[in-house]
Structure formats: C-alpha cells, structure tokens
Design a protein around this ligand. Structure first.
Ligand SMILES: *[C@@H]1O[C@H](CO)[C@@H](O)[C@H](O)[C@H]1NC(C)=O
Ligand SMILES: *[C@@H]1O[C@H](CO)[C@@H](O)[C@H](O)[C@H]1NC(C)=O
Ligand SMILES: *[C@@H]1O[C@H](CO)[C@@H](O)[C@H](O)[C@H]1NC(C)=O
Ligand SMILES: *[C@@H]1O[C@H](CO)[C@@H](O)[C@H](O)[C@H]1NC(C)=O
Ligand SMILES: *[C@@H]1O[C@H](CO)[C@@H](O)[C@H](O)[C@H]1NC(C)=O
Length: 216
C-alpha cells in the first residue's frame, strides 16, 4: 500500500512536471527552426549507421547566402558568412592548384602522398572554423611519384582526411582546456579488401551527395 502510494505520488509529480514544461513553451509556435533542430537532434552517433540516408540531409534552403564564385564582388557577403566564404576559397584554391600541378608538372615532380596529408592538415590548422578537410580520389586515380617500385601504379582508393581531434580530456593535458591544435590525419582509403561499409565508393557508405556528383 505504502509502495502504491509512493508510486502514485511519483506519477503525479512526473505528470505535473510534464504539464509545467509543456505550459512553459506553449506560447511558442513551432517554426522551421524547430523542424531543422528536430532533424539535427534525431541523428546521433549510435543511430547514424542505421538511419535512412534521406534522414541524414537537411534541405538545401537550411543554409542561406552560401557564397558563390559567380556572385563574388557583386553580391555582398554578410558578416555571418565570412567563414563559409573562407571554406569556399580554400576549396577552390586547392582544386585549382592540384588540377594545375597534376597536369603541368613532370611525373616525378608531382606532389607525393605525404603532400596531401600535410595540405589537409594545413587547411584545418590555418583556420579555427574549419574542423575537417579531405581530398577523395576516384578508384585507381591516385599515382605517386615518390615510392620506388610503386611508380606508375595506382592506389585502389586514396582519401587523406584531417580532422580536429579535441584532446582536452587527455591525462597529459593538465589544464583540460581546448587548444584546438590536435589534428588527426588518416587515409580513408586504407581499408580491408571487400569491406563495403568502409569503402567510400560503395553505396553502403553514407557519404555526402557531392561524392556522386563529382566522382564516378
Ligand atoms: C546573416 O546576416 C544577414 C544580414 O545581416 C541576416 O539577414 C541573416 O538573417 C543572418 N543569418 C543568420 C543565419 O543569422
Ligand atoms: C609508366 O607507364 C608509361 C605508360 O605505360 C610508360 O611509358 C613509362 O615508361 C612507365 N614509367 C615507368 C618508370 O615505369
Ligand atoms: C570544431 O571543433 C571544436 C573543438 O572540438 C568545437 O568546439 C567546434 O564547435 C567545432 N566547430 C564546428 C563548426 O563544428
Ligand atoms: C587485396 O586485393 C588486392 C588486389 O585485388 C591484392 O593484391 C591484395 O593482396 C589483397 N589484400 C588482402 C589482404 O587480401
Ligand atoms: C570498393 O567498392 C567498389 C564498388 O563500389 C569496388 O569496385 C572496389 O573493389 C572496392 N574497393 C575495395 C578496396 O574493397
């Protein structure tokens, strides 16, 4: 009986809690921000692998005023878009540089594999608002001039990616503050044979749409 009473009391207090919480936000009507927030919150590390691919994308219109090369100098760039502009410029300058050097340089003076790692790391190190940078190669498109015995051979997959790893909780990091200068760089193409879920060209690998737009 006593247990029953306390159960009811708990239930009542939970109910009243729910009611107050609802009451507090009742005056706010749901808007598009709530919709986007709901979509963002729905995907977490644990369920990301089993989520439907369509749930992983936000509508195009959720970020406005994306800088566009065609409109630079014509359309004003808002102060809240300067970081996007920086990412845009960084991607373009890497693309111009690599497509130029890979066509023009003699085979044995092209950037080696290490160059790609270092340049991805530099992208992240140079701007605190960029947390990840990578270059993805299509299958059998990456050559290296720098390994003897590997000359003229291609890598099945090659995708050096750098991302900011925050090590603020590491035991050797006594202050426990974020320094933003620990960067991890790995080759996403270095996978076991026939592993579909880690193969970035495979349809089971949930990669952004741009991959299929740009690479075979
Ligand atoms: C960015 O700035 C523009 C102009 O001040 C403003 O209209 C827009 O709402 C801002 N966007 C965000 C997401 O704050
Ligand atoms: C690389 O391949 C090309 C075309 O097959 C060949 O002409 C060239 O001799 C090769 N170079 C080396 C160093 O094997
Ligand atoms: C970048 O990483 C830092 C450190 O982990 C984090 O505080 C920040 O919110 C991240 N920025 C973005 C845009 O994700
Ligand atoms: C993976 O496949 C490549 C080419 O098909 C082969 O040369 C290599 O030995 C294989 N590696 C393993 C670990 O099976
Ligand atoms: C990755 O997947 C593609 C098919 O999408 C396949 O042709 C290729 O051999 C795979 N690569 C590796 C290393 O498993």
């Amino acid at each position: 009986m006593c247990l029953m009473n306390s159960l009811i009391a708990t239930l009542l207090s939970v109910l009243s809690l729910v009611v107050t919480i609802e009451g507090q936000f009742n005056w706010q009507t749901r808007d598009s921000f709530d919709e986007i927030r709901k979509q963002l919150d729905k995907v977490v590390e644990d369920n990301c692998k089993v989520m439907d691919i369509n749930e992983l994308f936000l509508p195009q219109s959720s970020v406005t005023h994306i800088p566009d090369l065609k409109w630079l100098g014509i359309d004003p760039i808002f102060p809240n878009r300067t970081n996007l502009l920086h990412i845009h410029n960084m991607a373009l300058s890497r693309a111009f540089y690599l497509s130029y050097i890979l066509q023009k340089a003699p085979d044995d003076s092209e950037p080696g594999f290490m160059y790609y790692f270092l340049s991805a790391i530099a992208d992240v190190a140079a701007n605190r608002y960029i947390n990840a940078s990578s270059i993805y190669y299509g299958p059998h498109m990456a050559f290296t001039p720098s390994y003897k015995g590997f000359f003229n051979k291609t890598m099945p997959l090659f995708a050096p990616r750098a991302f900011r790893a925050d090590h603020l909780n590491d035991p050797y990091h006594l202050e426990g503050t974020s320094t933003l200068n620990t960067i991890e760089a790995i080759d996403l193409g270095a996978i076991q044979n026939n592993s579909f879920s880690t193969n970035y060209t495979h349809e089971q690998y949930k990669i952004n749409e741009w991959y299929r737009l740009w690479l075979p």
